[in-house]
Design a protein around this ligand. Structure first.
Ligand code: ADP
Ligand code: ADP
Length: 232
């Protein structure tokens, strides 16, 4: 479903260059909940941004849903990206728009009619248990509720893949668990493939079936959750 091969990302800042990701290969299969763990600065966020080409790699190949993303024309890439949702630590909601409008936003560039969009927005907000917040603004919601809105928005175009960049890091432990429960439900019921970046091992243990450990731009360990955690 996702195959990254020999990915390298180097940032040039004037005379300095930082290699954030170095020769990383990984494979995520359909239905996986794949965790990427490591300390701050390890390159996790950069690596995950490569999956939807928010970050273009300096070298390597990116194959998602059978498509070589680096070979696509801009229009094809836009379509391919709709099949990959993403959520962030700080939610990235539009604060001057209602919850309804936030979730409707990605649907505006779809082929759906206004009526179909309306139905879809309401279904999505029902899925994340926020049907009573259609007319609220983000500032009126708790962190956990904001993340639920972000999840609903990320799912608007029915992606097969959801990328989660420290999605629970700004939340308290109880809210974190409720977001993880929601992600588990989406994985089970929609067959959504999920990639989760986190610095919290507890998150991985709670939800992931596979994990990669990153250190200084490289994957230093990779495998099934059971085999990784049963090693001496
Ligand atoms: P993590 O997500 O594991 O905290 P990041 O991928 O954010 O790690 O960062 C990896 C390294 O790349 C860090 O040294 C960071 O400062 C650097 N980096 C990330 N994004 C950029 C950028 N846009 N320009 C320059 N350096 C960057
Ligand atoms: P969020 O948590 O909301 O996703 P981040 O703090 O992860 O936001 O990153 C914000 C942006 O800053 C990203 O686009 C990332 O690539 C960029 N960034 C991270 N580290 C650096 C750095 N050392 N130099 C320049 N840009 C960076």
């Amino acid at each position: 479903m996702i195959t990254l091969s020999n990915i390298q990302v180097t940032f040039e800042n004037g005379s300095q260059s930082v290699t954030a990701v170095q020769d990383v290969s990984l494979q995520v299969d359909a239905g996986d909940v794949y965790g990427i763990v490591g300390y701050s600065g390890a390159g996790k966020s950069t690596l995950v941004r490569v999956i939807n080409l928010l970050q273009r790699p300096s070298a390597g190949s990116v194959v998602v849903n059978g498509q070589d993303l680096l070979a696509l024309q801009p229009k094809e890439l836009r379509l391919a990206r709709k099949r990959i949702g993403m959520i962030f630590q700080h939610f990235h909601l539009m604060n001057s728009r209602t919850i309804y409008d936030n979730v409707d936003f990605p649907l505006k560039s779809s082929k759906l009619s206004k009526r179909e969009r309306d139905l879809k927005v309401k279904q999505l907000l029902e899925l994340v248990s926020l049907s009573d917040k259609l007319d609220a603004y983000p500032s009126q919601l708790s962190g956990g509720q904001k993340q639920r809105v972000a999840i609903a928005r990320a799912l608007a175009n029915d992606p097969e893949i959801l990328l989660c960049d420290e999605a629970t890091s700004a939340l308290d432990p109880k809210t974190t668990l409720s977001i993880l429960e929601l992600l588990k439900k989406l994985n089970r019921t929609l067959g959504l493939t999920i990639v989760i970046i986190t610095h919290e091992m507890q998150v991985v243990k709670e939800i992931c079936n596979k994990v990669a450990v990153m250190e200084a731009g490289r994957i230093v360990e990779q495998g099934d959750i059971v085999s990784i955690f049963s090693r001496p």
